[in-house]
Structure formats: C-alpha cells, structure tokens
Design a protein around this ligand. Structure first.
Ligand SMILES: Cc1cc2nc3c(=O)[nH]c(=O)nc-3n(C[C@H](O)[C@H](O)[C@H](O)COP(=O)(O)OP(=O)(O)OC[C@H]3O[C@@H](n4cnc5c(N)ncnc54)[C@H](O)[C@@H]3O)c2cc1C
Length: 384
C-alpha cells in the first residue's frame, strides 16, 4: 500500500510537533511519523527559556495549568563547590518532556495532523522530485516535502552519511526526576570533572536532574551509580542532592554519543529542524526553544513553497539562510562556553571571572538566546 502526502515529518519531538501544528492549521495535509507513542520520557534538562513562552501560549498551551514552574534565578557551582548566583534577564519555565510533548501532540491531533506512532522511518529515497519513505510497518509513503525532525542521532543520519556521524562524540546524557526540599525558582548548573549537571523544578513538585558527562568518567567508574558517588559527588552541592533527594525512577534515562558538531540544515533535500540541524550544548539551556523556533521556521518556508508556488531550490536556499541567521552564532557560542566548563581548573577560573564581571556573564547568556517570539511563522507567511 502507498500513501501520499504533501508533507511528511519524521520525528515527533518539539520541532516536529510544532511544525506539524502550524502546517495543519494552514490547511497543508501533514503526516507525522514517530518512533514512540505519547507520553514518553526523554533525556533533557527540561528548562525552557521564556524566548518561546508567548509562542507556545499563542499556539494554545496553557503552561500554568500544565504546572510549569517559573524560573528566574541561576546558580552556577564549580567542581569544588564555589557558588555564583545571578538573576536571569529572560528567565524560563520548567516542565517535563513527558507533559510538554504530550500536550503538543494533543494540539497537533486537534489541528488535524495524521500520525503514525510506534513507527520507525528506516529509509528516505529521493528521486524524480519526490521522496519515497520506508517505515518499520512496511507501509510505503510518498511525499513532496520531508521535514527531518528526528533529533540528535538516528540511523537515518548514518544512511545519509552525514559528516558528524564520522566524528567521535564522547558525551553521555543521564536524567532523573526527583523530589526534595530545593528552591523552585532556580536553575542550577553544578560542574564536576568532565561534565556538568543541571537541576530545576518541573510540574507536580518534582525536579529534573540531568547531566552530561564525558564517557571517560563512566569507563573509569564502571557504572552510573559509582560515577555519581565517586566523581559527581565531589561537588558538595551534587553530593547533597544525591544524598537527600527521593529518586522517582528505578533507573535513569540515558543517551549515548551526544554530538555538538555542526550539521547541514538541508541534507538530501530533507529540511532539518531541531537537533537534526544542530544541537546547542545543554549548558545554554536553550535547545528546546531553538527546536520550537526551528519547527515554526520550517513551517513558514514550507507554507511559502506551497502558497507562492516557489521552486524547491528557492525553498532550500531560503530555509538554509534563515536557519544560519537565527541559530549558527548561538551554536558557536555554546560550543566555546562548553569548553570552559567541566574542566576542574578552568571552570573554577570561569566562575571567579564571571563573579567579578556579571555584565559579561549576562552577555554570554544573551548570546545563546534569541529575541522573544510570539506568532507562528506559518501564519506570518500567510499574511505576507
Ligand atoms: C543532556 C541534555 C540536557 C539538555 N537539557 C536541556 C534543557 O534543560 N533545556 C533545553 O532547552 N534544552 C536542553 N537540551 C536540548 C534539548 O533536549 C533538545 O535540543 C531538544 O529536545 C530538541 O528537540 P527535537 O524536536 O529536535 O528532537 P527530539 O526531542 O529528540 O525529538 C526527536 C524525535 O524523533 C523521533 N525519531 C528519531 N528517529 C526516528 C525515526 N527514524 N523514525 C521515527 N521517529 C524517529 C524520536 O523518537 C524523538 O521523539 C538538552 C540536551 C541534552 C543532551
């Protein structure tokens, strides 16, 4: 059996869901294929910057009624436990991916998006100006436009022989939900040797505890609990969390091979959005906002392609240009800043420097965030 769609989106994380909602609301028939069913947990720090709060609310999410925690302050600690506290100019909110992605999925269904859940896209072939998509349930799908919103790393990246797949990525991500007596309006970033761990409040009096570590720490310790006891807990703030919190999962969510290498926003004619186009280092706390923004951006360019009968070449160059303009500098700053942290001496020095130069810290944070945005780009494209 072959199904035909003008637009197929591969991956139903933030970028995929947001773009599907915008496209469907503009009357463009869209199919979203997602490997899992909703709701599901994901490795992510779950702190979302307010850059996208008005946008999500305009889309139809009531973040307060979903229980999102308001976060206005930032704490940074060095591996030895020195503290830097500051307020956040833009601030953000904390909400689990379990709740946020599911709420967007429901909006997406209401908007008329077709879904194939529990389905893995195994191959995408480009020929004669269209795509043939092969999925794990053997249904053949044809599409005019494919949006690749499949996240950090999948087998599709390997099949397309994308450059970053040939580079080593030494990072492992680990996430828990915990309960305890901790500040609610604070995102803290605790450094340890070759890694850092973020913690912030989410809904239902819970907190997200999520860290990124170089694989060498895990190799040296032999297991995640031993690494947490012997390496992370050398930071007294992390020791306090691991000793006093109630851990709500039997075991953590874990991902391997996290890569921050640059990627192309268009590959094999597929328009990439979110992490599949480039992942910002998590210490910037802005990958989710960027994925949401990119989802909206790809919907705008796709809408223009259909409404203005643009050529595919124009669609691809315009999208690539818009993506670079919005995100390339942020990714670069994120990579540079990450080099300062997690190194024992360097992060001690960085903390000391930022303590005496708060405006520079503010500038760095600002450099990894965009202006607050409110209206869906797809709707903007309709007006233009
Ligand atoms: C350790 C860590 C901590 C982070 N903390 C934060 C934070 O606190 N704040 C923040 O803003 N950002 C954070 N980020 C970044 C953030 O998680 C990502 O930028 C964001 O999830 C990107 O969304 P996305 O839609 O691009 O991808 P994802 O949310 O990863 O969605 C991709 C989807 O595609 C599906 N998929 C993959 N392959 C296929 C396939 N072949 N077929 C069908 N479906 C497929 C997957 O199941 C998944 O649902 C963190 C990242 C890491 C690694």
């Amino acid at each position: 059996m072959t199904m035909t769609y003008p637009v197929v989106i591969i991956g139903g994380g933030l970028a995929g869901l947001v773009s599907s909602i915008e496209l469907a609301r503009l009357g463009i028939k869209t199919l979203l294929i997602e490997r899992k069913a909703y709701p599901h947990h994901k490795v992510c720090g779950e702190y979302v910057s307010n850059e996208v709060r008005p946008y999500l609310e305009n889309l139809g999410l009531n973040l307060d009624s979903l229980g999102a925690a308001h976060i206005a302050n930032f704490r940074f600690t060095s591996p030895k436990g020195s503290i830097l506290d500051t307020s956040l100019d833009m601030g953000g909110f904390g909400i689990s991916r379990y709740t946020l992605d599911n709420a967007l999925y429901e909006l997406s269904l209401e908007s008329g998006v077709d879904f194939q859940l529990n389905t893995i896209v195994q191959d995408v072939k480009w020929a004669d100006d269209h795509f043939d998509i092969e999925t794990s349930d053997s249904v053949q799908i044809e599409a005019e436009i494919v949006i690749g919103a499949f996240g950090k790393r999948t087998r599709l990246d390997k099949q397309m022989n994308r450059d970053f797949m040939n580079k080593e990525s030494p990072y492992v991500g680990v996430k828990y939900h915990i309960k305890g007596n901790f500040a609610k309006d604070l995102i803290s970033l605790h450094n340890f040797r070759n890694g850092y761990c973020g913690m912030s409040a989410i809904e239902d009096d819970k907190y997200c505890l999520c860290y990124l570590t170089e694989r060498s720490n895990l190799k040296e310790s032999g297991s995640i609990p031993d690494m947490e006891r012997h390496i992370l807990s050398r930071n007294p703030h992390l020791k306090h969390i691991f000793d006093s919190a109630e851990f709500l999962y039997d075991k953590p969510e874990v991902i391997n091979e996290v890569s921050f290498a640059s990627k192309n926003a268009v590959e094999n004619h597929i328009l990439m959005a979110g992490d599949s186009a480039g992942l910002i280092t998590p210490l910037c706390g802005n990958g989710m906002a960027m994925a949401i923004r990119a989802g909206s951006m790809v919907a705008r360019e796709t809408t223009r392609y259909f409404l203005e009968h643009r050529s595919r070449k124009l669609l691809e160059t315009t999208y690539q240009h818009a993506w670079q303009k919005e995100f390339a500098l942020r990714l670069k700053i994120g990579r540079t800043v990450q080099n300062l942290f997690g190194r024992e001496v360097l992060s001690e020095m960085a903390l000391g420097f930022f303590k005496i130069t708060p405006p520079i810290l503010r500038m760095v944070i600002k450099g990894t965030h965009g202006e607050v945005f409110t209206t869906g780009s797809g709707r903007q494209a309709m007006k233009e």
